[in-house]
Design a protein around this ligand. Structure first.
Ligand code: HEM
Length: 668
């Protein structure tokens, strides 16, 4: 299966073609003239500078900012635009304004030909010349901290701050920024209304089946996700606690409006929020990345490096003490992890296992390290190796099940010809599938003393929690299946167990803001890649091959046509991969992302030539069972850490065995 992205995404017609729908722009090969690009650029640059200046002003005015009195304060917090990033942000916004102007001036088909790259090759704005030159030392044996130089021919590939990729051209109604519309041209169903109605339908299912997969696996997956994708809320020069879109009491939109927020409307008859008087939910639009001013379909910025390199833990400038140990905070996590928001203490505790592993390594290696190089880099490479092994040999096989794991086929060699990047369809829709597993309650406590605590309690005041109890509880909390919990749909991130935000609504908003194409088109695209048979969806009944009856009935009530359904709803696909935990479409999308990120990583642990024999042996041995034995106070640790009720072994035995391997740290 090819995981390769086209350099320029192209509009995807194959579904319409196969299903006999009228093809847009069929036969229209005309192109817009770009003779006035220079003057469009000048005007756009002025507008962009003005907007950025206004945004910076807003970032210093409390009227525009969230504060701790808001229930969702810090949920939408923003990082600063670093001085070296200003030029890229300005160029991105300028080009965006030029694209919007081109969309106003030219016919849809002409614009489509232009953005699909069918008119001219590699057009950029005239004033936006020159790209930075990075020099990489091909013999330097360690990863950079921002992901650059992983690929020696293309040193910027995989780097923090790069754009994500559209696998197929987005389906904005104006091709560049306006939200997609239904087949007939009317608006799509309103976000919160659609999600809250869906949750109500699913709630009626009363499914009793409880899975034995646990929340430890879910938080580990979240941690992996945060390593490959960093959230890029639109930023200003200053970091902020988030820009306000709604009034503090949620009763309405605020009158202090900027392009930095894009609040969601809530209907008065909203089953949950209506009686609370909440009519508005805050939302942060995401920043795009088009730093070379290319005239093409543009995607969002990724604020992490894409490879699995523990970038969210080590961050861009890791804080080591004089001996190479990481400076660790709660549960062993680093400051950037502890300070990120929104974050639960379970996430902090999982990140902390890897922070602790780094320091465990330094403590052993620093006295005897025989391989050349600084101990912090050798231990970092080792820690990343253990983490990559856990992902590809433990997490993914469990999520995929044996059959699909083999079908996906992770046996590759290093492939330097493909860019390491994450797809928009994964980030803004299908990759979010595991949000449906968020339960109402989490277990918390040490052996024999577990208690049930509402999920959202763990977002706030994390220092109160005991790390062993947090992890022990996650191991014994089963995932939630079959419907959408109130903890996720109505009370997400709440401070008072009443007013909260709506995670699936944020997911849907993200899907729509990213202009993702309809579910049926994307499904067709991915099935073609996998060589699967593909279907056409002319009626809602046709959807029965992928959704259960209650969902089909709901969609039929809310959407005008099956091809209006948003890609996000692929998370409700009822065709699960056999022996695994993911729906088929989600599994296929995940397969592509994880394959790409493995096979394009020059330092992947199985082929990294700079790992010594000691590191290789330790990576083989270490897994979550060992990490839990080493870094928690559990008396007994699970052998199958992703399942509730796993058989356990005494932690002391595991620790004693690992101690016999200490000499290996001299040969990292
Ligand atoms: C149960 C724990 C989890 C919580 C509390 C959680 C929460 C969140 C939140 C608040 C966002 C930001 C939404 C936005 O502004 O767009 C987000 C984004 C996202 N989540 Fe989760 N999530 C969890 C687990 C997962 C898991 C297990 C996965 C799948 C591997 C996942 C995949 C994603 C993706 C792909 C995004 C978008 C990228 C990003 O903004 O980082 N999440 N999640």
């Amino acid at each position: 299966v090819s995981y390769h992205f086209n350099e320029h995404p192209v509009s995807y017609d194959a579904y319409d073609q196969q299903c006999g729908y009228q093809l847009k722009c069929c036969g229209d090969r005309s192109c817009p003239s770009l003779h006035d690009l220079g003057s469009l650029e000048k005007i756009a640059l002025e507008k962009a500078l003005h907007e950025l200046l206004n945004n910076d002003v807003a970032s210093t005015n409390p009227n525009y900012l969230m504060n701790d009195a808001d229930f969702d304060g810090r949920f939408h917090q923003t990082k600063p635009i670093q001085p070296f990033e200003h030029l890229g942000v300005t160029r991105t916004l300028t080009t965006h304004k030029v694209l919007e102007e081109l969309a106003r001036k030219h016919s849809c088909c002409q614009l489509r030909n232009l953005l699909d790259g069918k008119c001219y090759s590699n057009v950029t704005l005239p004033c936006c010349k020159g790209s930075e030159q990075l020099y990489c030392d091909p013999n330097y044996p360690y990863r950079s901290y921002d992901g650059s130089c992983n690929n020696l021919q293309n040193p910027t590939w995989g780097r923090r701050g790069n754009a994500l990729k559209h696998p197929i051209a987005p389906c904005y109604s104006d091709l560049v920024s306006k939200q997609a519309r239904s087949k007939s041209g009317s608006s799509l169903p309103q976000n919160r209304n659609l999600i809250s109605g869906l949750a109500q339908v699913l709630r009626e299912r009363k499914i009793n089946f409880v899975s034995d997969l646990n929340m430890f696996c879910v938080f580990m997956s979240e941690f992996m996700n945060s390593d490959m994708i960093g959230r890029a809320n639109k930023r200003t020069k200053r970091a902020t606690s988030g820009f306000r879109g709604c009034r503090a009491d949620g009763s309405d939109r605020t009158s202090f409006v900027t392009p930095l927020s894009n609040p969601l409307l809530v209907q008065p008859d909203d089953e949950y929020n209506g009686p609370l008087g909440v009519r508005c939910l805050n939302l942060s639009p995401q920043e795009k990345a088009n730093d070379r001013c290319e005239i093409k379909h543009v995607a969002e910025r990724n604020l992490e490096s894409s490879p699995f390199d523990l970038s969210s833990l080590y961050s861009e400038k890791a804080s080591y003490d004089g001996t190479g140990r990481l400076v660790l905070e709660q549960c062993g996590a680093t400051t950037p992890i502890v300070n990120s928001q929104p974050i639960t203490v379970q996430f902090i505790a999982i990140a902390g296992l890897f922070g602790n592993l780094h320091n465990y390594c330094v403590d052993r290696a620093s006295t005897c390290l025989q391989s050349p190089g600084p101990v912090e880099e050798r231990c970092r490479a080792f820690t990343i190796g253990v983490y990559q092994k856990i992902i590809y040999e433990q997490v993914i096989p469990v999520l995929f099940g044996e059959e699909f794991f083999n079908k996906c086929d992770f046996n590759c060699e290093y492939n330097p010809n493909v860019e390491s990047a994450v797809s928009m369809a994964y980030k803004s829709a299908l990759g979010r599938f595991q949000h449906v597993w968020i339960p109402e309650y989490m277990q918390y406590g040490r052996e024999g003393q577990m208690q049930s605590v509402p999920f959202n309690v763990f977002f706030h005041g994390q220092e109160r929690f005991d790390c062993t109890s947090v992890l022990a509880g996650a191991l014994e909390t089963p995932i939630h299946i079959g419907n959408l919990s109130r903890a996720s749909v109505d009370k997400f991130y709440t401070v008072d167990e009443t007013r909260g935000t709506c995670l699936p609504c944020i997911d849907l908003a993200s899907n729509r803001d990213a202009g993702l194409c309809p579910l049926v088109a994307y499904k067709h695209y991915i099935e073609q890649l996998f060589g699967d048979e593909t279907s056409c969806y002319n009626t809602f009944e046709d959807l029965r091959d992928m959704f259960s009856a209650d969902v089909v009935e709901y969609f039929a009530k809310r959407f005008e046509h099956p091809s209006d359904i948003d890609l996000l709803f692929g998370i409700l696909d009822r065709r699960f991969v056999s022996g695994g935990f993911l729906p088929k479409l989600v599994a296929q999308a995940t397969c592509l992302e994880f394959k790409r990120l493995k096979c394009t990583d020059r330092f992947f642990y199985t082929w990294n030539p700079h790992l010594g024999e000691g590191a290789r042996h330790l990576i083989k041995v270490l897994d979550f069972t060992s990490l839990l034995a080493l870094f928690t106070e559990m008396n007994e640790v699970p052998l199958n850490p992703f399942f509730v009720g796993s058989p356990r072994v005494p932690a002391g035995d595991v620790r004693a065995y690992l101690k016999t391997l200490d000499y290996l740290f001299c040969h990292l």
